[in-house]
Design a protein around this ligand. Structure first.
Ligand code: FE2
Length: 342
């Protein structure tokens, strides 16, 4: 766009330096990102080093970014939307805010379950929503499935955040897909009845509450355990030491997983550079960095995990295509409301 403006201007006697910076606009991409990790910025700097493509980041909550993309339409400066949940990427796609990426390597490297069937978004890091239990009060043999957390033995012992949270909505979507709406509703009602306190706080707060003795089992994302284990706060590191990690549904469909991922914005003017960036996120270099940087699992097979991720053990992941999580998001919200899960 800057280039066109430059051509249309009557005063073409511009300095060479200015002309160069105008050309450089093609070698610049803008990310709308819901991720907030300093290590992401380091990773983006490596991309710039390798390709010369500058990366601008606009950070906000995913819903705000989606609204902004809607308002900006084709005039947007954004090239890539990054979200911390497949549900939001599916929403962006269904709002017509994304377009297909033409890249054989992305389709080849990223498992089908972790990307949009139409190639509009791709998962780059994976996480599981697991049971974090008090090691001194719960034996892992007492745990089995998400479904079993509805049993009476867990009365006043379950800690989980609010249903307005997308991670819970996606877990609920997977339960609706697997059990049907009625059974998923009955589950939500029973788990609501088993809660140690009304839903409040973050995933990390649920684990802190387990260790404080408020409840015995928390439903949380894996990387939050990593964030606690590597916290600068000693009491948070103690929380991580005091809880056990349990991957549910290992004898059945597998543990619920989700991805943090990125899609190509429909109004992007820098498709080639944006595609290079997406391919970089799927590269061995980027994929190997995530387990160490953010305690997330790589999506590309054969990438080595960090010692911490290895210590949690291997697990079977639910093979459900993550697009389903977005498709069932509205129903999931309805079910939570009906169940009285705040
Ligand atoms: Fe998160």
């Amino acid at each position: 766009m800057k280039f066109k403006r430059l051509l249309s201007t009557t005063s073409l006697c511009l300095s060479f330096g200015f002309a160069l910076s105008a050309f450089a606009a093609d070698d610049e991409i803008t990310l709308y990102s819901h991720r907030h990790y300093p290590t992401d910025v380091e990773l983006f700097a490596k991309f710039t080093e390798q390709t010369g493509i500058k990366v601008n980041v606009v950070k906000a909550k995913a819903d705000e970014l989606i609204e902004r993309l809607k308002a900006e339409g084709d005039n947007t400066k954004a090239d890539i939307l990054i979200a911390a949940d497949a549900g939001r990427l599916v929403r962006a796609k269904s709002e017509g805010l994304l377009k297909a990426v033409d890249s054989a390597s992305l389709a080849e490297r990223i498992p089908a379950a972790y990307r949009d069937p139409d190639g509009q978004w791709f998962g780059f890091t994976m996480r599981s929503r697991i049971l974090a239990y008090a090691k001194d009060r719960v034996k892992p043999e007492e745990l089995s499935t998400y479904e079993a957390m509805a049993d009476k033995q867990w009365r006043a012992r379950v800690l989980v955040r609010s249903s307005s949270n997308i991670y819970n909505q996606s877990l609920m979507a997977s339960l609706i897909e697997n059990l049907g709406r009625d059974q998923a509703l009955a589950w939500a009602q029973s788990v609501r009845g088993n809660m140690a306190r009304p839903p409040q706080g973050s995933d990390r707060d649920q684990m802190r509450a387990v260790v404080a003795g408020l409840g015995d089992v928390a439903i949380v994302n894996t990387y939050y355990v990593g964030l606690l284990a590597n916290s600068t706060e000693e009491k948070d590191r103690k929380v991580a030491d005091s809880i056990g990690i349990y991957f549910p549904n290992q004898d059945g469909r597998g543990a619920h997983v989700n991805v943090s991922g990125a899609g190509l914005v429909k109004g992007s003017k820098n498709v080639a550079a944006a595609t290079k960036f997406l391919e970089f996120l799927a590269s061995d270099e980027a994929q190997s960095s995530f387990p160490h940087a953010t305690y997330e699992y790589p999506v590309v097979e054969g990438i080595e995990w960090s010692p911490l991720l290895k210590s949690w053990g291997t697990f079977k992941a639910d093979a459900l295509n993550l697009s389903k999580l977005g498709e069932l998001n509205e129903t999931a919200v309805e079910v939570f409301n009906e169940a009285g899960w705040e």
